[in-house]
Design a protein around this ligand. Structure first.
Ligand code: ARG
Length: 461
């Protein structure tokens, strides 16, 4: 049959394929709370402005309240012919209260309605997500405090570079997640404007009070331009862009957990909660959760790409193309929610293998830079010369198969007669780490200070 919402100018009903490509109810049904909240605010405003009678308004609000409870109880009857959640709610309202239902859509369009719903939904999703991110940071800070002195190799080019502490490494991720939270907060601030009252695209001739609906729904203000209000999806893109960066951060953390868990590294003692065994190789313990965390970035980055491509070149104002914003957004938000919680779980479970980390930190002449710095500081050598002297001492140690700290003093003095036994104080990895006291450096005192700062920021959240 013809569509009850817009079938007036149509002679026949749509093709079954039309329903299949057109209907969004399967995925936009999760906007029901926001859709009803938007309708409630709109209805109250219509009554306040005397566009609707008190009696009609009351009937509509009662009906909407009933529908909210019905859907919460899982009693929404899905009919693809009703296309989307907006039509489903309206159709049910007509069943419940009859004629006044048709008055709710006065001075409104699904175009401003859906834009409002999605902003409300995303605002709540960002708030939920922020709690998860704070918990992830807390897990990182816990580990940082626990392992402020646990030395490990620091890498550049994935080659041992200089010793750092495990806690310092954890705090690097706390910083990244802190920036991620800032990006989501920025996106939230910009998205918090209300499209309602833009109607289809041009605004409305009814005397609506856009300030009132904006206020009722907790928006900072109405959107300034009606064309922009119905055609902007920047707010989704900003969320996805921030989400893609977050997912990228989580994938780097995950990759480190994967590498560190390998038999070749053994930086981490295996935990049980986030690993699996192999059905064929009894010795195996696989870091599946971390691998999936690494992989999920692909999905989130894909969602950003998908929507950028949908929006690119779309003329103003609304186009049905924009219905394609929801699946990538929902998938990315669901994916991130899981990933954030899993990352917090993985971090909380990390058990660094301190002996192995120490051993690895000492290999590869990790304190060569400390030696060069000492030559500059104690003997006044230009750094380039100190670099050269250190290089020949590394070669000497390599030939003897020992560490720099194991070379006899004659070898040092043989290279440069001014070197004295004070040099040994900078050669151990603990000395090296303790000496990195510059702000933000890896010295345990610095790490503890950074951790304490995060701790108090997290408590103030
Ligand atoms: N389901 C639609 C969407 O998600 C709602 C808006 C439809 N508007 C319209 N003029 N057909 O974008």
């Amino acid at each position: 049959g013809r569509n009850s919402a817009w079938g007036g100018r149509f002679a026949a009903g749509p093709d079954a394929l039309m329903l299949r490509i057109n209907a969004s109810i399967d995925f936009d049904r999760r906007l029901f709370r926001e859709d009803i909240a938007g309708s409630v605010a709109h209805c109250r405003m219509l009554v306040a402005q005397r566009i609707l009678t008190e009696a009609d308004g009351k009937a509509i609000l009662n009906g909407l309240d009933k529908i909210l409870r019905e859907i919460e109880d899982g009693r929404l009857e899905i009919d693809p012919a009703k296309e989307d959640i907006h039509m489903h709610v309206e159709a049910r309202l007509r069943e419940l209260i009859g004629a006044p239902a048709g008055r709710l859509h006065t001075a409104r369009s699904r175009n401003d309605q859906v834009a409002t719903d999605l902003r409300l939904w995303l605002r709540a999703a960002i708030d939920r997500q922020d709690e998860g991110l704070a918990a992830l940071q807390a897990a990182l800070v816990d580990q940082a405090e626990r392992h402020a002195e646990t030395v490990m190799p620091g890498f550049t080019h994935l080659q041992s570079a200089q010793p750092v502490t495990f806690g310092h490494h954890m705090l690097a991720y706390a910083e990244m997640i802190g920036r991620d939270r800032g990006r989501f907060a920025d996106a939230r601030r910009r998205l918090n404007e209300c499209p309602l009252g833009a109607a289809a695209l041009a605004g409305t001739s009814f005397p609506v009070d856009r300030e009132m609906t904006a206020r009722e729904l907790g928006f900072a203000r109405p959107m300034a331009n009606s064309l922009d209000a119905v055609s902007d999806r920047d707010f989704v893109l900003e969320y996805l862009a921030a989400g893609a960066i977050l997912a990228m951060h989580l994938s780097r953390l995950a990759e480190e957990v994967v590498i560190w868990s390998s038999a070749q590294f053994r930086f981490l003692n295996p935990g049980d909660a986030f690993t699996t065994g192999s059905s064929i190789m009894p010795q195996k313990r696989n870091p599946d959760a971390a691998e999936l965390l690494r992989a999920k970035a692909g999905r989130v980055i894909g969602a950003l790409n998908a929507l950028l491509v949908v929006m690119k070149g779309l003329p103003l104002a609304y186009g049905k193309d924009m219905q394609e914003d929801k699946e990538p957004l929902f998938d990315a938000a669901d994916t991130l929610e899981t990933c954030i919680a899993v990352a917090a779980g993985i971090v909380g479970d990390l058990m660094p293998n301190a002996d192995r980390l120490r051993e690895a930190a000492g290999s590869g002449f990790a304190t060569a830079t400390d030696l060069a710095d000492w030559l500059v500081r104690e003997l006044g050598l230009p750094f380039r010369e100190a670099h050269h002297v250190t290089g020949s001492l590394v070669r000497a140690a390599e030939e003897r198969g020992c560490g720099l700290e194991d070379l006899p003093l004659e070898v040092f003095t043989g290279t440069d007669a001014r070197i004295h036994d004070g040099v040994y104080q900078v050669l151990g990895i603990d000395n090296s780490v303790r000496s990195r006291t510059s702000l933000g450096g890896t010295a345990p005192d610095q790490v503890r200070r950074q951790a304490a700062q995060w701790r108090s920021r997290l408590e103030q959240d």
